[in-house]
Design a protein around this ligand. Structure first.
Ligand code: C2E
Ligand code: MG
Ligand code: MG
Ligand code: MG
Length: 292
């Protein structure tokens, strides 16, 4: 029970708030221990080349395998990792694990894929990020071209010289940079010509609207046209339907990622998919496709 007086007591003591603060603290502590207990796992969602139908990439997506709660999606805990700074350590683990896994698939002789890893703004601003990435690549013996780092427009929001120089150092290493959730960040587009960006990932909210209304379709085709003119690779996220897929193909979108081809998969299942050479068959000239 909070003391009535004293420096650190809560002015507006409420059992309900107290209960929530306690739960939050429990969650934080569990997250702090999760890395050491090897409770984090990565799932891998295929990225498909729309021209060939082939799997050419993967996005590593973090999951927390909690002993009681089961498999917890990142939406439930990544924000807490960011607020507490635990994301720095966990992020290093994610990067290392994704690179290690990718290299191990290459060692097995499987078709090479580019591995995408998400970086939160907080991670991006950590000291010597590029040095850490370079070291991780060297230690896992992964060639830099097989790594793509996904950042959000948030990182580029301010005209931030430190961030620009981090991007340049990453480019010099040879890794690719993607803008995740493109179009949702309220940032100016001028960074696209100033900074070394390889890929735009169109946010799934726009992809969802493609077949909902003509404005939705107009936005997506404008992004694809702009990316094409700037010679940027463009990927549509969250592609769920055949109609979205045909639209994106017709507009010349380079890659897709979404449930229409595959959910994010545990490492073993992704490996099987690569080994079987599973691809999205694209019927030339027709607006249809089927999944093998
Ligand atoms: P994101 O990077 O934009 O990842 C795409 C999210 O969309 C993933 O959710 C993926 O499972 C989901 N998705 C893929 N295809 C479809 C589809 O067809 N329909 C729908 N409705 N959703 C689809 P997930 O795995 O729950 O991740 C959510 C977010 O958590 C990610 O969004 C990313 O911002 C963050 N996150 C995940 N892993 C990491 C990580 O290792 N580090 C950091 N910093 N953030 C991560
Ligand atoms: Mg992402
Ligand atoms: Mg996204
Ligand atoms: Mg996101």
């Amino acid at each position: 029970r909070a003391k009535q007086h004293g420096r650190n007591n809560f002015q507006f003591y409420s059992p309900e708030i107290n209960q929530r603060a306690r739960e939050r603290l429990l969650l934080e502590n569990a997250l702090r221990r999760a890395l050491g207990r090897e409770e984090f796992v990565l799932h891998y969602q295929p990225r498909v080349d729309l021209r060939t139908g082939r799997v050419i990439g993967a996005e590593a997506l973090l999951r927390w395998r909690h002993p009681d709660l089961g498999l917890v999606p990142p939406g439930e805990f990544v924000a807490i990792l960011e607020e507490t700074g635990i994301i720095i350590q966990v992020g290093e683990w994610v990067l290392r694990e994704a690179c290690r896994q990718n290299r191990s698939w290459q060692d097995l002789g499987l078709p090479p894929v580019r591995m995408a890893v998400n970086l939160s703004a907080r991670q991006f601003m950590q000291k010597d990020l590029a040095g850490m990435v370079g070291l991780t690549l060297a230690e896992t013996r992964l060639a830099p071209e097989w790594l793509e780092l996904e950042i959000t427009e948030e990182v580029l929001l301010e005209h931030n010289a430190a961030n620009a120089s981090t991007l340049e150092r990453l480019r010099d290493l040879g890794v690719h940079i993607a803008i995740d959730d493109f179009g949702t960040g309220y940032s100016s587009l001028s960074y696209l010509k100033r900074l070394p960006i390889h890929t735009l990932k169109i946010d799934q909210s726009f992809v969802r609207d493609i077949t909902l209304d003509s404005d939705g379709a107009a936005i997506v085709s404008a992004i694809i046209a702009m990316a094409c003119n700037l010679r940027l690779n463009v990927l549509a996220e969250g592609v769920e339907t055949e109609a979205q897929l045909s639209f994106l193909r017709a507009q010349g979108c380079n890659e897709i990622q979404g449930y229409s081809f595959s959910y994010p998969l545990p490492a073993q299942e992704f490996e099987r998919l690569l080994r079987d050479g599973r691809s999205m068959h694209v019927l030339q000239g027709l607006a249809g496709y089927y999944v093998n």
